[in-house]
Each structure stands twice: as C-alpha cells, then as structure tokens.
Design a protein around this ligand. Structure first.
Ligand code: PEP
Ligand code: MN
Length: 350
C-alpha cells in the first residue's frame, strides 16, 4: 500500500501516518519528493484498512498495490492451475495445457433429449457434459428446469456416456443433492454475487464453474472466486459468458480481453461461453475461434437435438453443420496456440 501526501502536508502529518502504521505492527518507508511525500507501507493490509488512513490530515490518496484477492491471485501462486473434473478414471483436465470442450443442452428436458444431446456433444469431441436441472429464468413463467429429476437424468447420462457432468446450482440449500449427482457445480451469471451460495459451493468438495456476472468487473468476478477459495475450494474455473453493453445485436458482448487479463492476474483456468454471450447460433463458431486464439482454456456451448422445440435458449443451440465446424475448430486450432486439443489428456489423475 502506498500513501500519497498532499503538497501542503507538514512533517507532523507524515510522522502521524508513520506512527499509526507502526501502531498496528506495520513498517512505513517515507520518500520525500520535490513536491510530494509518499509513504510505502509493508505489513498486514487488513489492519491498515482499519486505520482509515485516507481520513488523516495531509493524506491525499491511498493506493493498493497487491491484489485484493489473495488465494486466486498469481502474486503468490505464479503457475496457472489445472482443475480436474470427474471421478477416478474419467477425470478431465481444464487448465493451461489442454483445451477443454464442454457441451450439452441448455436445460435437461427429458432423458431422451439429454442423452441425444450428450451423444451429439461427444461425437463432436466434447469431454464434459453441461445441462441445467435448475434454470434461473428471467421470467417466473418460463420453464424452471426439472430439479432433482433433471439431476437424476444427468447422472444416468453420465453413466451411459462416461462424460463428467456440470450443472447449475441456484440455491445454497441444494448443494448436497447437486453435489451427489454432478461432477462440477456451476454458479451462473445471476448468482455470481450471491455470497452465501459461493460459500456453500466452496464447502461442497466439488469443482466449481463460476460464470462472470453480466455487470461484474473482472475484479468483482475474482473476488467472487475468492469467496469460494476462502472456504477451502481452489478448484474453480472461471467462465466469461458476455457482459451487458449498449449493443443489442448480440444478447451480451463476449469480453474476449477478459481471458488474457484474468490469466495474467489469476492462476485459475478461464473458459468462454459463446452460446450465452451471443444468444445466436451463427456466432458460436466465430467466437469459439476467437476464444481459442486469445488462449481460453476451454469452451462451453449449447447443443440440442431439436433446437426449434427447445424449452430454453433454442436459438443458440448448435446442430448439424455448425456443430461440425465447432468440432473442427476445437480439434485443430488449439495446437496453433501451443496446447493439446480437447480429449487428448482425459482420464488422468491428479
Ligand atoms: C447456463 O449456462 O445455462 C446459463 C443460464 O448461463 P448464464 O448464467 O451465463 O446466463
Ligand atoms: Mn441457457
């Protein structure tokens, strides 16, 4: 932390800041410039916050140098992490070495639809199955998901296909039942700042897919990840799924720059969700290519055997040609940015 004194600060003002910092066990290094004096602080940042330094006479500004998120920051964990998803023998990595392709229906609608979507996803090269049993819909009149029945279907489809399953959780009270059926818990954009839910998934013992809040800054997103990490769970994968901007041509704007920005500041893997970003199937392949090019650690997309009859997000679900194009992109492009394609490192162990 650095304290910047105002040009008219007196020697007593500087001495008072130093005294306050030392009173909580910190060290203060004063450097006097021609116009201003700055004071560098070393010690426990939380105790410095309690000092209310900004309110002291002669203080112009206080800057934080270290990241406010500690456990997910690269400052004390330089190597980027790999998160493994699934049970022994079927673990799939998400991290810097591989590119991980995750796909499935937006919502679990029936056993047949989920199995069919999973087979399509798997045939295209996907190694993790997505599918929502609890759907956080904007309208209370829209399909809300099958709940526990949906979780059971996902668990059955995992048995049939061998694909680990990621599914959204919307209520902290459901942690046990979701963790019992799924391999990875998804916290969606609408719940990124639901701190009770973040703490609950932090205690679930399962990896977490944390989507970026649609109006969240990158720092707020990483602070949300810190809530999960603080409960002892460092198996967190971040997902950029588009943010709200003034542009109505797409449902959200995929913030492609978030991928390298987050990778530079956090050791956690970062994937993209072009389906929920665009809301349109014709943009899913180009955005996926863009994600691979900027170094995303994976992609998660919606597929559906009959998009026109989908109960949720049909317009963005892939099928046929688009799914073939996506399969080709995730197979061929990762090597161009120096990593293995989806499926080339599955089944390993920690
Ligand atoms: C989803 O993945 O099904 C979903 C609802 O995504 P988001 O939270 O990004 O809107
Ligand atoms: Mn959806």
């Amino acid at each position: 932390m650095v304290v910047v004194m105002s040009p008219d600060a007196t020697d007593e003002d500087v001495a008072h800041v130093v005294e306050r910092v030392e009173s909580v066990g910190g060290e203060a290094f004063v450097s006097r410039g021609v116009v201003r004096t700055i004071i560098g602080l070393v010690g426990d940042i939380d105790s410095f916050h309690d000092l209310n330094l900004r309110a002291l006479r002669g203080v112009a500004d206080v800057h934080r140098i270290s990241d406010p998120y500690k456990l997910v920051s690269r400052q004390h964990h330089a190597d980027r992490s790999t998160v493994w998803v699934g049970q022994a023998g079927r673990r799939v990595p998400i991290g810097p070495e591989t590119f991980t392709f995750m796909a499935g229906p937006c919502a679990v609608e029936s056993a047949e639809q989920t199995l069919e979507a999973a087979r399509m996803a798997q045939a295209a090269g996907a190694t993790i199955l997505r599918g929502g049993a609890y759907k956080p819909r904007t309208s209370p009149y829209a399909f809300q998901g099958l709940g526990v029945r949906g979780l059971e279907i996902l668990a059955d489809v995992r048995e049939a296909t061998g694909m680990p399953v990621v599914t959204e959780i919307v209520d902290a009270r459901d942690v046990d039942v979701v963790a019992e059926h799924a391999d990875m818990l998804q916290v969606g954009t609408r719940n990124m700042a639901n701190f009770g839910l973040l703490q609950a998934v932090g205690e679930s013992g399962k990896p977490v897919l944390l989507k970026r809040g649609m109006t969240a800054t990158i720092e707020e997103w990483l602070m949300a990840a810190e809530y999960i990490a603080q409960r002892g769970n460092l198996d967190v994968v971040l997902c950029e799924r588009g943010i709200r901007t003034f542009e109505p041509a797409t449902r959200n704007t995929l913030d492609i720059s978030a991928v390298p920005v987050v990778q530079a500041t956090s050791h956690l893997p970062v994937i993209i969700d072009p389906s929920h970003a665009a809301g349109r199937k014709d943009l899913v392949v180009p955005l996926s290519r863009a994600g691979i090019a900027v170094g995303a650690d994976g992609v998660i997309v919606d597929v559906h055997p009959e998009p026109e009859n989908a109960l949720c997000d049909g317009p963005q679900a892939l099928l046929g040609d688009e799914l073939r194009d996506l399969a080709q992109a995730v197979r061929d492009l990762p090597a161009m940015v120096g990593r293995a394609g989806s499926g080339e490192r599955t089944g390993g162990s920690r």
